[in-house]
Design a protein around this ligand. Structure first.
Ligand code: SF4
Ligand code: SF4
Length: 383
C-alpha cells in the first residue's frame, strides 16, 4: 500500500467539472487503490462529514459536489455504493432524512443507497491503546471498503477536524457524547480517535474536502474559509499534517498528531502548487497542561486556562439541543433560554457549542488569556 503518498489538487470552486477533474487526478494517482476497486465487486461505504443538518454553504459538512465526483469515479468499477454517517446527537430515521435533505446529499445520490440502517455492532479493538471495544454503525462493518470524505475544519476541542477525526462519526449517535464524558482528558480522547483509525487501517481511503473549510469556532460555530484544497491518501494523520500546513497551524499543537511534525517522510504528488491560508485558529488546549503538573494543580489551572462554554440567552431559540448533547447533564432550560447550572462538572468537551444550530454558544476567553492581553497592551503603550 502506498501508505506514505498524498495527492493534492487545487480546485477553485465547487463547480461540478472542476471538482470532477481534481478528484479524478487524485484517485487515479493511487494504483493500489484502483487495483483494489477492479479486483472484485465491492460494497463501498462513503463516509462524509455530516455533523449536523446544515446547508453546504455553511461549510459544516462535506460538500455534495465532492461526494458526487467521488461517486462518479467509483461508478466506472463494478460496485455497490452506500452513503452513511452518524451525526452529532440523536441518530434516527427522521434525523437522517433531514440530514440528507438539508446537506443536499439526496440530490447527488443517484445510483447509490442512502443509509437508513440504525443498527450497530460491537467491535473488539485488541490493539487499541485506550479503546479495546466499541459500538460501530453496522454499514461500516459490513462494507468491504470505506471512502472517508472529510471536511477541513478547525475544532475548539481538538483544534483540527479532518481525516482522522472524521472516523469518530462511525460511532452511533449519542455514544459519541458518552465517550467525551468517559475520556475528558484530551490526550486520551485523541488516542481513542487514533485507535478507531488503526482498527480501520487498510480498509479506508481518505479524501479531504478543503475547497471551503471552516475557521474559528469549528466544527460548526465557525466561519467558512476558502482554501481551494482537495487531497487524498491512505494515512489519515499524514493528510491532517498537510491540512495543518494549508491552514497555517503547527501539527504539534493537534493532539491526534503528536509525533507527526512535518511532511518530510511523505511522498507528495502535487498536481498544483500547494496554497496556504491563514485560518483563524482556536487556542491550543492540551499543550497548556503538561503531565508533570500534579492533578490537583491541573484542576486549578484548568479553571483559569481552559475556555468555558457561554450561552447567549438573547439569541437562544430554546431548541433544547444543547441540553440533550451535554454528556455531563449540566445544561437546563427556563423561560429565557438554556443555561449552564454549574461549571464544576463541566468537562469542557464543547459538545454543546458543536451542537447548537443557532451559534448561541461561544467559548469564553480564559482568564489567563485576558490577563496576558492586558499585559501586552500595557507593554505596547510603554514602548
Ligand atoms: S456544558 Fe458543554 S462543554 Fe460543558 S460538559 Fe456540557 S457539553 Fe461539555
Ligand atoms: S442549542 Fe443553542 S439555540 Fe438551542 S437551546 Fe441550546 S443554546 Fe439555545
Amino acid at each position: 500500500m502506498s501508505n506514505n503518498q498524498i495527492s493534492y489538487s487545487f480546485c477553485e470552486s465547487y463547480e461540478d467539472k472542476a471538482v470532477k477533474t481534481s478528484i479524478e487526478k487524485i484517485l487515479s494517482s493511487f494504483s493500489d487503490l484502483n487495483e483494489k476497486l477492479k479486483s472484485k465487486k465491492l460494497n463501498i461505504l462513503i463516509k462524509p462529514n455530516l455533523l449536523a443538518p446544515r446547508h453546504p454553504d455553511k461549510a459544516v459538512t462535506t460538500h455534495p459536489a465532492v461526494l458526487k465526483a467521488v461517486i462518479e469515479y467509483l461508478k466506472q468499477f463494478d460496485c455497490n455504493i452506500t452513503i452513511a454517517d452518524s451525526p452529532a446527537g440523536s441518530y434516527s430515521l427522521k434525523v437522517l432524512d433531514k440530514l440528507y435533505n438539508v446537506c443536499e446529499i439526496d440530490k447527488i445520490a443517484s445510483g447509490c443507497n442512502l443509509n437508513y440502517d440504525l443498527s450497530d455492532v460491537v467491535v473488539e479493538f485488541p490493539e487499541g491503546k485506550v479503546l479495546k471495544k466499541s459500538l460501530i454503525i453496522k454499514p461500516a462493518i459490513e462494507a468491504d471498503f470505506i471512502i472517508n470524505v472529510a471536511k477541513l475544519k478547525t475544532h475548539t476541542l481538538t483544534r483540527l477536524t479532518c481525516a482522522t477525526k472524521n472516523l469518530f462519526g462511525l460511532m452511533p449517535g449519542v455514544l459519541k457524547y458518552r465517550q467525551h464524558l468517559a475520556m475528558p482528558d484530551i490526550k486520551i480522547f485523541s488516542q481513542m480517535i487514533i485507535d478507531i483509525n488503526k482498527y480501520f487501517e487498510g480498509k479506508v481511503f481518505h479524501i479531504v474536502d478543503g475547497i471551503i473549510g471552516m475557521e474559528g469556532e469549528g466544527p460548526s460555530g465557525g466561519e467558512p474559509k476558502f482554501a481551494g484544497a482537495l487531497f487524498g491518501g491512505w494515512n489519515p494523520q499524514s493528510l491532517d499534517v498537510l491540512a495543518c500546513n494549508i491552514m497555517g497551524m503547527s501539527p504539534d499543537t493537534v493532539p491526534t498528531l503528536i509525533g507527526y511534525k512535518n511532511l518530510e517522510n511523505i511522498k507528495l504528488i502535487k498536481f498544483d502548487e500547494i496554497r496556504t491560508y491563514k485560518f483563524n485558529l482556536p487556542p491550543e488546549r492540551y499543550k497548556s497542561l503538561p503531565d508533570y503538573i500534579p492533578e490537583f494543580v491541573q484542576n486549578i489551572l484548568t479553571e483559569i486556562i481552559v475556555a468555558k462554554p457561554v450561552i447567549n440567552r438573547k439569541t437562544c431559540k430554546k431548541c433544547n439541543i444543547c441540553v440533550k448533547s451535554c454528556p455531563a447533564e449540566i445544561i437546563s432550560m427556563d423561560e429565557k433560554g438554556a443555561y449552564i447550572k454549574s461549571y464544576k462538572t463541566c468537562i469542557k468537551c464543547y459538545c454543546c457549542q458543536e451542537a447548537c444550530p443557532h451559534k448561541s454558544i461561544h467559548l469564553s476567553k480564559p482568564l489567563i488569556e485576558r490577563v496576558y492581553k492586558i499585559i501586552r497592551k500595557i507593554k505596547t503603550k510603554k514602548s
